[in-house]
Write a protein that binds this ligand. Structure first.
Ligand SMILES: Nc1ncnc2c1ncn2[C@@H]1O[C@H](COP(=O)(O)OP(=O)(O)O)[C@@H](O)[C@H]1O
Ligand SMILES: [Mg+2]
Length: 237
């Protein structure tokens, strides 16, 4: 099939517009998109905002075409503040983790495992989550830890505008989430450390990033009542 030039081109996949309603996401190597499509279909069946899947065959996934900027671009353009973007991420996670477990999911919840502002498209109907490659079933805190860790890592080592944005999102995200982004952060570090795509420098940064996640969470959580709001103003007089 002759394809137009890609809408987007990443390390693992390219995304082509097929027509005004559909895009094709095609991996650069052979892989099975069926698990990714199944995760998206489960989410869609329970009202979670994902693109509708039209076809999943081998390395190809055909889906509904979305319109709107990614939350990353909208944040870099100043259309949405880091505080708002963090709240959207936390709310999407909360909604996702509230879906009924999948049959065969061993009691875990459906996790996205790569939720960051670049994987959220701000459509006229609201935020929609893309890029379900890493979706799996498990403990929701794992998903929260991964997002927090990604924000910390980019905040430490990303190019300046991105690093500033990620760093500004970490604390609000850690405060807005319903679960605990620190409880399984070491597990996520171990998973990431096994990723062959990471450079030695990136692996070396993981413990510091995990520490930043713990600090961000501590800064947003008052020990007395577990509230995630900032401290009350000092009493007068
Ligand atoms: N359903 C879609 N409709 C419109 N554009 C899409 C859609 N899915 C992906 N894209 C575009 O492709 C880009 C990369 O998609 P994504 O699935 O996140 O792949 P990756 O991050 O692996 O490159 C997105 O930022 C977006 O611009
Ligand atoms: Mg992506």
């Amino acid at each position: 099939m002759a394809l137009p030039s890609p809408l987007a081109s990443g390390r693992d996949a390219e995304v082509f517009a097929l027509d005004e309603h559909r895009v094709l996401r095609r991996y650069r190597y052979f892989c099975d998109t069926a698990p990714e499509a199944a995760a998206m279909e489960h989410a869609a069946a329970h009202g979670f905002p994902v693109p509708e899947v039209h076809r999943a065959e081998g390395s190809e996934l055909e889906m509904e075409r979305l319109y709107g900027p990614t939350m990353l671009d909208a944040s870099l353009d100043g259309q949405i503040t880091p505080e708002e973007a963090s709240r959207v991420l936390a709310e999407l996670h909360e909604r996702l983790h509230a879906l009924p477990p999948r049959p065969g999911g061993a009691g875990g919840r459906l996790l996205h495992m790569d939720l960051h502002p670049g994987n959220v498209v701000l459509t006229p109907k609201g935020p929609v989550v893309i890029d379900w490659t890493n979706a799996r079933d498990g403990d929701p805190d794992l998903d929260l830890a991964l997002t927090a860790l990604l924000l910390a890592l980019i905040g430490e080592s990303g190019p300046p505008p991105l690093a500033r944005l990620a760093a500004a999102c970490l604390e609000p995200y850690a405060g807005h989430v319903k679960g605990d982004p620190t409880r399984l952060v070491d597990e996520v570090v171990a998973l990431r450390a096994d990723d062959p795509n990471l450079t030695e420098e990136e692996v070396a940064l993981l413990p510091r990033a995990a520490d930043l996640v713990r600090r961000a969470r501590a800064a947003r959580t008052r020990p007395e009542d577990g509230s995630t709001e900032v401290d009350a103003p000092p009493a007068r007089g």
